[in-house]
Design a protein around this ligand. Structure first.
Ligand code: VGL
Ligand code: ZN
Length: 200
């Protein structure tokens, strides 16, 4: 059992990021069994859930003349445009059916129509907080292990933010899978290391 000041953060293990989903990450479903076993080792387990309103600004379908994986210049910076995914209340937004969901907190993110939120700590404008920092701090949590989907997007941004906020952060890459487009996985690995994240 891990000490009480160490939490497991399970990022976006949802149907749409697993095989057959709208934004499927190769091998997504394959990490579920191992994550379930890891949850038993932590007294604090937090799950995040990507949770977009329909017509969300990160969806290519919300923009004229854009296709999934194009980019657009959002007010807060360059934003990748995705296929419609994790729409609030949809089957795709549900957790993988085999994932244990008896954690302490389920944190939803990406619910602001005009701002995407890769990180579990800050939306993509890099300033709007989700409240997770305060939740962890007020519970005395100092160490975090992150796992889930996708390693190069939501796990990556969450891990970097956590490290910058002063948490001791480990990303377990054996329980994470990447979208890996245009070198995004290698960039994510080096950015995480530069931010002080330990990759195992
Ligand atoms: C994610 C792209 C769009 C993720 C979420 O969970 O990594 N990626 N929305
Ligand atoms: Zn999303």
């Amino acid at each position: 059992m891990r000490p009480a000041h160490h939490a497991l953060l399970v990022i976006d293990v949802q149907n749409d990021f697993c095989e057959g989903g709208a934004l499927a990450v190769s091998g997504g479903a394959s990490i579920v069994t191992k994550i379930n076993a890891a949850m038993a080792q932590f007294a604090n387990v937090i799950l995040t859930q990507d949770w977009h309103p329909s017509g969300h600004s990160s969806f290519a379908s919300a923009h004229r003349d854009k296709l999934p994986f194009d980019t657009f210049e959002a007010p807060y910076g360059l934003q990748v445009l995705w296929p419609d995914h994790c729409v609030q209340g949809s089957t795709g937004a549900q957790f993988h059916p085999d994932l244990r969901t008896d954690g302490d907190l389920i944190l939803r993110k990406g619910y602001n129509r005009e701002i995407d939120s890769y990180s579990a700590f800050f939306e993509n404008d890099r300033t709007t907080p989700t409240g997770l920092d305060g939740y962890l701090r007020s519970r005395g949590i100092t160490d975090l292990t992150l796992v889930g989907l996708a390693l190069d997007y939501c796990v990556n941004f969450s891990a970097q933010d956590a490290a910058r906020l002063g948490f001791q952060v480990t990303v377990d890459t054996t329980m994470s899978k990447a979208i890996d487009m245009a070198g995004s996985l290698e960039a994510a690995r080096s950015d995480m290391r530069a931010a002080g994240v330990t990759l195992v």
